[in-house]
Design a protein around this ligand. Structure first.
Ligand SMILES: O=C(O)c1ccccc1N[C@@H]1O[C@H](COP(=O)(O)O)[C@@H](O)[C@H]1O
Length: 216
């Protein structure tokens, strides 16, 4: 099955519409105020309203309160929650919505144990560990730290771009890839050219099944 493509960190409706037209499966909205990609409820509503049908909307939170998450869910048509902080499994599953749990990977990170803890997640999203940052750093991590038999769908992220995503897909055969910085022309501003190149690279990598290493 071909890897799904999520592009994260939209701040403008026209960029999200361009992503959808280019073939992105999901767009991400960052509800984390310190991020340069942070959106207000009103911005999120405008972005979502610009989308065609069948493009999933992912709401990203970092250690948000229950009230913050519920407020977004009450005002925006969100399909999937993405928890990118230190949220507990109980917190993640308490909204009765599909969720992704993000993990910032470094040597020693036990992804098998985390997959067991967050067993009802729609996927485990692996990002690079960068001291002092929660994500959206544009940094890659050592993909060999991902166990080949991870029991949850893998959403690979962290420093992906049009130049390295084909190698990443070939190396770990993720269920999905997620990119933010790697398709930008400025913080929160997505480049149509970079999004097109990224999506083309994912699709091209998948046509070369001979170099896929993850069992399907
Ligand atoms: O995009 C952000 O600003 C952000 C802030 C806080 C946590 C996560 C964030 N983005 C997510 O980070 C990963 C990797 O991003 P990048 O491609 O390396 O820039 C991705 O999952 C984004 O959704």
């Amino acid at each position: 099955m071909s890897a799904r493509i999520k592009i994260c960190g939209f701040t403008r409706p026209e960029d999200a519409l361009a992503a959808a037209r280019l073939g992105a499966d999901a767009i991400g909205l960052v509800f984390y105020a310190p991020s340069p990609r942070h959106v207000s409820i009103a911005q999120a509503q405008a972005i979502i309203a610009a989308l065609p049908p069948f493009v999933s909307v992912v709401a990203l939170f970092v250690n948000a309160s229950r009230e913050e998450v519920e407020n977004v869910l009450a005002h925006c048509a969100i399909d999937i929650l993405q928890f990118h902080g230190e949220e507990s499994p109980e917190f993640c599953r308490s909204f009765q919505r599909p969720y992704l749990k993000a993990v910032r990977v470094q040597p020693g990170t036990d992804l098998m144990a985390l997959a067991a803890q967050y067993h009802d997640a729609r996927g485990l999203l692996t990002d690079a560990f960068v001291e002092g940052a929660h994500g959206g750093t544009g940094k890659t991590f050592d993909w060999t730290l991902i166990p080949p038999q991870l029991p949850l769908p893998l959403v690979l992220s962290g420093g992906l771009d049009e130049h390295n995503v084909a190698a990443a897909v070939a190396r770990v055969s993720p269920a999905a890839v997620d990119v933010s910085s790697g398709v930008e022309s400025g913080k929160g501003i997505k480049s149509p050219q970079r999004m097109a190149s990224f999506i083309a690279a994912v699709r091209a990598a998948q046509n070369d099944v001979s170099i896929s290493m993850r069992p399907v």
